[in-house]
Design a protein around this ligand. Structure first.
Ligand code: AMP
Length: 355
C-alpha cells in the first residue's frame, strides 16, 4: 500500500551517520535518551518553536531541533531530512498529528511496518486479526436494543478515549449517544487492566523464538484515566450519574505494574499468536507493540485494543523495567528500538525493519 521504496531511499543514505528522529511529544524523551545511549545522533521535530522544557532534561533532549509550522509540513521537508540520514520512529502522537494518510505517504525511512496501520485503525480488521489469532476480545453488541449488561460505547477515531461512555441499559445508551458519530458497542469487561509492551524482532531470535525472529516482553503499565479512575473520591458512579456527572476515559498518565508470574506464559502465547497472524496478514508487525487487556476474575485475558508502535505506557521505564532487567540492565523500549536499528545496520538488514 505504501509506494515508498525503502531500498532506494537507503542506498542514498550515509549509514555511518544515521540520525534517529521523532516528533517532540509522547515518548520522545525516552526515544532520544535510548538512541543517545546507543550512540546515535538525535533530531526532534517540533512545531512552531524549540520546546524549552527539554533544556531541563539534558539526557532526553535531541541533539538538534527541526522546526516546522505544523506537523503536516513535515511532508514538505523530507529531502532536507534525508540529507541528515534521518530514520523516523513513529509514536502514537506522531501518527495522530500527521494523520494516517500523510503518515503512509511520508517519504522517509520509518521504523516498523507501516502496513499495520490499516489493520489497527479499522475496528473490523483489528477484530479479524486478533480473533483470528485466537485471542478473546470483548463481545461486540451490534444492536443497542440488545444491551443487557454494562457496555462501553466507543466513537470511531476518538483519541484517548474521548467521549466514550458506559451504559447499562438501552435507555441509558439512547440518552447519552451523540447520534452524528459512528460508534462501536462493546461489553464492559469487569477485571483489572494490563497494557503489555512487547518487542518483536524479525531479524534476531535470541529471545522467545517465533517462526521467524523473536519476541520480548519489555514492560507493562496501567493507564491513569480521568475521571473514571478517581471518580470514587466523590461518590459511586451511579450516584453521580443521577446528578448528570458521567465518568470519562481521557488518559493523563501511566502507572507501572507487574502481574502474577503464573500469567506470563499466557502473555507470551498471546504475543506470539498476534505476531504470527500479522506475518500472514500483512508481512508482520515489527518492533514495539502493545496489547491492551483486562484480566477477569477467572484469570482470563480479554484484549480490547492493539497499538502497533511504542506506547506512552513505556515511559515509566526509561532505565528498565522488572522484565527488561532480565534481558539487559538499563533497557528502555526506546533504547531497544535503537539497538534494533544499530544491529540491522551492522548486518545490512535495515530494509527488514524499516518501511
Ligand atoms: P481504548 O480507546 O479502546 O483504548 O479505550 C479507552 C479506555 O476505555 C481503556 O484504556 C479502558 O480503560 C477502557 N476500556 C476500553 N474497552 C473496554 C472494555 N471492553 N471493557 C472495559 N473497559 C474498557
Amino acid at each position: 500500500m505504501t509506494k515508498i521504496n525503502i531500498n532506494d531511499m537507503l542506498t542514498k543514505y550515509n549509514k555511518k551517520n544515521l540520525t534517529i528522529a521523532t516528533v517532540c511529544s509522547h515518548s520522545s524523551l525516552q526515544l532520544f535518551n535510548g538512541a543517545r545511549k546507543e550512540g546515535f545522533k538525535t533530531l526532534g521535530i517540533a512545531v512552531g518553536e524549540k520546546k524549552k522544557f527539554y533544556d531541563a532534561f539534558p539526557l532526553g533532549k535531541p541533539d538538534e531541533f527541526f522546526i516546522v509550522k505544523n506537523y503536516k509540513d513535515i511532508l514538505k521537508y523530507t529531502d532536507e531530512l534525508k540529507e541528515k540520514n534521518v530514520i523516523v520512529i513513529p509514536h502514537g502522537s506522531f501518527v495522530e498529528y500527521l494523520g494516517a494518510e500523510n503518515f503512509l505517504k511520508l517519504d522517509l525511512p520509518t521504523f516498523g511496518n507501516r502496513n499495520v496501520l490499516m489493520w489497527e485503525s479499522d475496528r473490523d480488521k483489528e477484530r479479524k486479526w486478533l480473533e483470528g489469532a485466537g485471542l478473546t476480545m470483548p463481545q461486540e453488541i451490534k444492536n443497542p436494543k440488545n444491551i443487557n449488561k454494562p457496555v462501553i460505547v466507543k466513537y470511531h477515531g476518538a483519541k484517548g478515549g474521548k467521549d466514550f461512555f458506559i451504559a447499562k441499559t438501552y435507555d441509558e445508551f439512547r440518552k447519552r449517544l451523540k447520534t452524528d458519530r459512528s460508534y462501536t458497542i462493546q461489553e464492559f469487561v469487569m477485571g483489572t487492566r494490563y497494557y503489555l509492551h512487547y518487542f518483536y524482532s524479525p531479524i534476531q531470535d535470541n529471545s522467545f523464538k517465533l517462526s521467524k525472529g523473536g519476541l520480548q516482553l519489555l514492560s507493562m503499565d496501567r493507564r491513569d484515566e480521568t475521571t473514571i479512575d478517581e471518580v470514587q473520591r466523590l461518590g459511586s458512579i451511579s450516584e453521580l450519574e443521577e446528578l448528570g456527572i458521567h465518568p470519562t476515559f481521557v488518559v493523563t498518565g501511566n502507572i507501572p505494574i507487574v502481574m502474577r508470574e503464573s500469567l506470563l506464559p499466557k502473555v507470551f502465547q498471546m504475543g506470539e499468536a498476534v505476531v504470527e497472524k500479522s506475518l500472514k496478514l500483512f508481512g508482520g508487525i515489527i518492533g514495539s507493540f502493545c496489547l491492551e487487556t483486562v484480566i477477569t476474575e477467572e484469570l482470563k485475558f480479554k484484549v480490547f485494543e492493539i497499538s502497533a508502535r511504542i506506547v506512552a505506557g513505556t515511559n515509566p521505564y526509561v532505565s528498565g523495567s522488572p522484565y527488561s532487567e532480565f534481558i539487559q540492565p538499563d533497557l528502555s523500549t526506546g533504547r531497544r528500538i535503537a539497538q534494533e536499528i544499530k544491529y540491522a545496520n551492522k548486518k545490512n538488514l535495515l530494509n527488514k525493519i524499516l518501511s
